[in-house]
Design a protein around this ligand. Structure first.
Ligand code: ATP
Length: 257
């Protein structure tokens, strides 16, 4: 069992470059179990890159990312995948298979643990129906179990993506702008759902958001990223207008007017 006092995610002097673009520079960060952390900052600040480093989709070009006590870049493929199964990710574009019934998309949460034959069989005769139904019930759309996914609204599709993560049952949930495609009311509903799920299930949430307001309402810690660096890392209640203005300012102070 992973000790609850240790950080569940840790970045030690992490930098990441894409060829000539330096996306993140020398980040140091610790995230503890149960925290709800929002990443905010302008387009291109490095939020998605940071989330990809945290779930091991990308390995840093410098430094080390530790997840649940393991240094990701030093793990063999199978060991890294085992740690990655403990980290579920939700995306802006849902990443669902449109022409399949909802149950198959929810069951995709088992793909990290099911052998190939089981996944293939389940496409013909859905397996673990009760688990999928429970997850859909938890996200508020139990009646959609056998509906074709592309017949659902954007908000409902995001609920399916969240149900898939529930089935995966990870310790950590990452969300990359999960409400960016939704209207304000649907955005608040999805944020409230994520907040209640991670609280009830005692999970950790790291979420990138374009809305500072949503970050303040639904998260307890806010990290501001600017040009690949951490500008601030504060409890949500301590975020000030000046900090927000500084974060989204178009020019840096040293730039000529
Ligand atoms: N695959 C890639 N190849 C090259 N450059 C990349 C790649 N992915 C991201 N970048 C660059 O890295 C920097 C950080 O991008 P990133 O997507 O992490 O920002 P972001 O804060 O998530 O932006 P947004 O809010 O628009 O999603 C940007 O300069 C971007 O152009």
């Amino acid at each position: 069992m992973y000790p609850s006092t240790s950080p569940v995610l840790e970045l030690k002097q992490v930098s990441h470059r894409f060829d000539r673009i330096s996306a993140l520079h020398h980040l140091n960060l610790q995230i503890r179990s149960g925290e709800r952390v929002a990443l905010i900052g302008s387009s291109g600040a490095g939020k998605s890159t940071l989330l990809k480093l945290l779930n091991g989709t990308l390995l840093p070009t410098q430094g080390e990312v530790w997840a649940l006590g393991y240094p990701l870049s030093q793990l063999s493929g199978s060991k890294r995948r085992r740690v990655q199964r403990q980290i579920g990710t939700i995306y802006q574009q849902f990443h669902l298979v449109d022409n399949l019934a909802v149950i198959h998309n929810v069951n995709a949460g088992h793909l990290g643990t099911w052998p190939f034959w089981k996944a293939a069989l389940s496409l013909l005769y859905p397996l673990e129906v009760e688990t999928a139904a429970k997850a859909l019930h938890r996200v508020g759309i139990p009646e959609k179990l056998y509906e074709r996914t592309d017949r659902l609204s954007g908000g409902q599709q995001q609920r399916v993506a969240i149900a898939r993560v529930l089935v995966q049952n990870p310790a950590i949930i990452l969300a990359d702008e999960p409400v960016a495609s939704l209207d304000p009311e649907r955005s608040r509903e999805i944020m409230a759902l994520l907040q209640s799920l991670v609280q009830d299930l005692r999970r950790t949430l790291i979420i990138s958001l374009h809305s500072v307001e949503l970050a303040q309402i639904y998260c307890d810690r806010i990290i501001g990223l600017r040009h690949g660096q951490i500008m601030f890392d504060v409890p949500a209640a301590q975020l000030t207008t000046a900090m927000i203005d500084d974060l989204y300012r178009l020019k840096s102070p040293e730039s000529p007017a």
